[in-house]
Ligand binder design. Structure first.
Ligand code: NAD
Ligand code: ISE
Length: 338
C-alpha cells in the first residue's frame, strides 16, 4: 500500500521531507501540502505533484491524506497534531511536539483516548547508525552500569535571531531526547553554567553553555552547547560505565595525507551530519504505516518529556539554580513507570 502524506508547513525542513518522501523513501506519496504562505505551498506542492490546501484542518480532513506530516513553526504544532488525532490519522510532528507542557499533555490525553499510537515526534538521532550502535552496547551491558555521559553539540554559527533559551529549546533538545533513549532512564534535574563567552557571537547570546543533567538512576550528563564554534558542526557523545566506555563515532571521512599533514573533514551542518538518520527515520515510519501498524518511534510522551526538560533547562539558565524536571508519571499506554 502507498501511504499518502499531507504536509503542513513547506518551509526549510518541510521541503526537505517532501523531497525525501518523494525521491528516497519507497511506499510514500506526498498528495497534499499547505502553508500560510500560499506561494511557498504552491512551489513545494509542484515538486511532488501534490494538491494545495488552504488550511491544515482541510488537509487533515482530505480523503487523499492517509497520514499527516507537521513541519510548521513550533507554536502551531499542537493544533495540527490534535486535529490529526481527532481524524484518527497517524501524524509525524517535527520537534517540538508542542511548546508547552500543557499542550503536550492534551496530545497525550487525546492519543490515549484514541486507544493506539498515532503520533511520532521527529527526534531523528535515534535513527543515526552511531547512536544505535551505542545503544546496543549499553543495553547489552558491555560497559557495565553507565555512570557519566560527556556530550558536545557545536554549530559553526547561528543567526542574530537565535537567543540564549534556544540553546536548550532548539539545540540541546536533541541530546535530551537521545540520552533518555540511550540510557533508558529519565532526566530528573537540569543546571546550566556559563563559562567565559566567545567574542564571536551576537552580544545578547550566552555561548557556550554547559548543561548538567542528572537521571533518575543517578547518571550525570555534561553537555557543552556551543553554537558559534566556527570550525564545524560537531556532535560528541561518550558514555562511561563501570566496566568500559562507548563513544559516538565521527562521520566517516577519508584520511588525507599531504604536505606533511594528515587530516579528515569536519562537517559544517546538521543536514549532512544526520541525512542518513532522517532517511531511516522516514523509511521506518512509512514501513510501519504501510503495514497497517502503529509507529514505534519517539512518542507523544517523549515529546512531552523533552518539552518539560528543555523548559527546566531554560529556567536553570535564567535562575542559576538546579531545577527539578517535575515530569508526571509515565502512563501505562507509553510503557509505564517512567
Ligand atoms: P521554516 O520557518 O523554514 O518553515 C516553517 C514553515 O511553516 C513556513 O513556511 C511557515 O510559513 C509555515 N507555517 C507556519 N505556521 C503554519 C501553519 N499554522 N500552517 C501552515 N504552515 C505554517 O522552519 P523550519 O526550519 O522548516 O522548521 C520547521 C520545524 O521543524 C520547527 O519546529 C523546527 O524546530 C523543526 N526542525 C527540526 C529539525 C531537526 O533536526 N529535526 C531541524 C530543523 C527544523
Ligand atoms: C536545529 O534546529 C536542529 O534541529 C539541529 O539538529 C541542531 O543541531 C541545531 O542546533 C538546531 O538549531
Amino acid at each position: 500500500m502507498t501511504v499518502r502524506v499531507g504536509v503542513i508547513g513547506a518551509g526549510w525542513i518541510g521541503r526537505e521531507h517532501i523531497r525525501r518522501l518523494t525521491d528516497v523513501v519507497t511506499g510514500a506519496e506526498v498528495t497534499a501540502v499547505t502553508d500560510i504562505d500560499a506561494a511557498r505551498a504552491e512551489e513545494a506542492a509542484a515538486t511532488a505533484g501534490a494538491r494545495v490546501y488552504a488550511t491544515g484542518a482541510e488537509l487533515v480532513a482530505a480523503d487523499e491524506v492517509d497520514a499527516v506530516l507537521v513541519t510548521s513553526w513550533g507554536p502551531t504544532h499542537a493544533e495540527h497534531v490534535l486535529s490529526a488525532i481527532a481524524a484518527g490519522k497517524p501524524v509525524f510532528c517535527e520537534k517540538p511536539l508542542a511548546t508547552t507542557a500543557e499542550d503536550c499533555l492534551r496530545i497525550v490525553e487525546a492519543e490515549t483516548a484514541h486507544g493506539s499510537r498515532l503520533v511520532q515526534v521527529g527526534f531523528m538521532r535515534r535513527y543515526d547508525r552511531g547512536y544505535r550502535q551505542m545503544k546496543e552496547v549499553i543495553a547489552a551491558g558491555r560497559i557495565g552500569e553507565p555512570l557519566v555521559v560527556h556530550c558536545a553539540h557545536r554549530n559553526p554559527t547561528v543567526p542574530e535571531s537565535y537567543t540564549s533559551d534556544m540553546a536548550a529549546l532548539d539545540t540541546a533538545v536533541h541530546e535530551i531526547d537521545v540520552l533518555r533513549w540511550l540510557l533508558d532512564d529519565e532526566i530528573v534535574s537540569a543546571q546550566v553554567v556559563t563559562p567565559r563567552a566567545t567574542s564571536k557571537r551576537f552580544a545578547h547570546l550566552k555561548d557556550p553553555q554547559i548543561m548538567l543533567f542528572e537521571t533518575a538512576r543517578g547518571v550525570r550528563i555534561d553537555l557543552e552547547v556551543f553554537v558559534n564554534c566556527q570550525y564545524g558542526y560537531d556532535i560528541q557523545c561518550e558514555a562511561v560505565g563501570e566496566e568500559g566506555l562507548v563513544r559516538l563515532p565521527d562521520p566517516a571521512s577519508v584520511g588525507l595525507r599531504t604536505a606533511g599533514q594528515h587530516s579528515t573533514t569536519v562537517l559544517t551542518d546538521w543536514v549532512g551530519r544526520f541525512a542518513d538518520a532522517f532517511d531511516t527515520e522516514f523509511r521506518e515510519w512509512i514501513a510501519r504505516l504501510a503495514a497497517g501498524e502503529a509507529p514505534t518511534g519517539p512518542s507523544a510522551w517523549d515529546g512531552y518529556a523533552a518539552t518539560v526538560i528543555t523548559a527546566a533547562t531554560v529556567e536553570a539558565l535564567e535562575s542559576g539554580h538546579v531545577i527539578p524536571t517535575a515530569l508526571k508519571p509515565r502512563p501505562a499506554f507509553y510503557g509505564g513507570a517512567g
